[in-house]
Design a protein around this ligand. Structure first.
Ligand SMILES: [Zn+2]
Length: 203
């Protein structure tokens, strides 16, 4: 099997966590509330209703992006409210984080019971260790598989990880797994990531 940790393609043929605003029957869907789409003011009325959550496997992507979307304070306010919703509904979260790791860690401090996956990770090996130290599952996109310093960490991984196609129609998670297996000699990568995927969603 192969597991795609984060995709926007509802028709993907592999086991996947699909970001969507509606639940997709028979699939693992994650209720998306993307920071890019947030309004310029905080409005609790537009938050997803807790009644929606049972039909989804996770909440996200949610998060903070310093390069896009409304101001940092507004994004943090929404993130806090969405993490609170996830905690109440006992759902794992998929996080989108751009240049805002410290803000993310500060927010997560209040919600230690939530399972967290950081999608599209492409930062430093040191930050990867920071995430693993916090028990965060890390999902790598195709770009990250070109970073030798990052991929070299996977042979003796300090935490859970997987791979994602995200919104790239050209990307197939099987190719990423094959690449990592061949180039970095991580033979059991498929089995390991499948287990991380199952642990994250408790399936
Ligand atoms: Zn995405």
């Amino acid at each position: 099997m192969a597991s795609d940790f984060h995709t926007h393609n509802p028709d993907t043929e592999v086991r996947a966590l699909i970001s969507s605003s509606i639940p997709l029957p028979g699939r693992f869907t994650s209720l998306e509330f993307h920071p890019w789409q947030l309004p310029e003011i905080f409005d609790s009325q537009i938050l997803p209703s807790p009644d929606l959550l049972p039909d989804f496997a996770a909440l996200g992507e949610i998060g903070i992006d310093k390069l896009r979307g409304p101001g940092n304070d507004i994004q943090q306010h929404y993130l806090h409210a969405l993490l609170s919703l996830a905690a109440d509904c006992q759902k794992p979260v998929v996080i989108h984080c751009v240049h805002a790791f410290q803000e993310l860690f500060a927010a997560l401090k209040h919600f230690s019971g939530i399972k967290v996956m950081l999608h599209g990770f492409n930062s430093s090996p040191e930050m990867l260790d920071e995430l693993w130290k916090r028990n965060i599952t890390v999902s790598f996109s195709r770009k990250a598989t070109d970073k030798i310093s990052l991929m070299n960490k996977l042979g003796n991984a300090g935490g859970a990880y997987g791979f994602e196609s995200d919104d790239d129609p050209e990307c197939n998670v099987m190719q990423l797994l094959d690449k990592v297996k061949t180039l970095f000699n991580i033979r059991d990568v498929e089995k390991f990531t499948d287990r991380c995927f199952a642990d994250f969603l408790e399936i």
